[in-house]
Ligand binder design. Structure first.
Ligand code: GRF
Length: 196
């Protein structure tokens, strides 16, 4: 059994998939909070539906950079979390947070890293690049977060075929489905490797 917090910016389907696995008792964990940088995102609505506290932290709520960084610590210090899970979180994680939760922050990326990762590779751009490179396989990667985009230790990957007539949108959908299966298992296995 372990506790985690989530940070998200978008639709929140990965977040929701994690909550489903907890409800099904496949993931022996509790989600303590959600931090969003956009208070109207889908992820925030999913949290509200599931009675999970939501915190909005952005340059709008905290225009002062120091207070912005500290706002994350204020939230995480209120909860006994073992991990912080990024589920479509589009902002850089502050160095304060990285230090505080060293090797405890996970992210999911919609490609087989190290391919198609790094600055600029997000959303449909990733899948467009995969199609442009004529790859027959793509996939998803769960990795630890460090100060460089998409470069932390890889914890798990799943492979997804690319078909001849795929558009970036169709491919994105197929990869997203595989992310939902990959994230909870990788989180479970990583936690278990640390003794949880
Ligand atoms: C996913 O494709 C994830 O790999 C990337 O952002 C997307 C988030 O989707 N980091 P969702 O908000 O979980 O539906």
């Amino acid at each position: 059994m372990f506790n985690f917090g989530v940070m998200a910016s978008g639709a929140g389907s990965n977040f929701e998939a994690l909550l489903k696995q907890i409800q099904k008792k496949r993931l022996q964990a509790a989600c303590c909070f959600l931090i969003v940088n956009n208070k109207n995102c889908g992820a925030a609505q999913i949290a509200q539906k599931n009675k999970i506290p939501v915190y909005h932290i952005s340059a709008l709520t905290h225009p002062n950079p120091k207070e912005y960084e500290e706002a994350f610590l204020t939230v995480i210090e209120q909860y006994p979390i073992d991990f912080l899970v990024l589920a479509g979180y589009m902002k850089k994680v502050s160095s304060l947070l990285l230090e505080r939760l060293k090797n405890r922050i996970l992210n999911i990326h919609p490609s087989l890293l190290p391919d198609f990762g790094g600055k600029g590779f997000y959303g449909l751009r990733v899948h467009e690049a995969v199609l442009k490179a004529h790859r027959s396989w793509t996939g998803a990667t769960v990795h630890l977060v460090n100060s460089k985009y998409d470069e932390g230790r890889i914890l798990g990957q799943s492979m997804v075929p690319v078909f001849k007539n795929d558009t970036a949108e169709v491919l994105a959908e197929r990869v997203l489905k595989s992310e939902h299966k990959l994230y909870w298992k990788t989180l479970r296995d990583y936690a278990s490797s640390l003794g949880y």
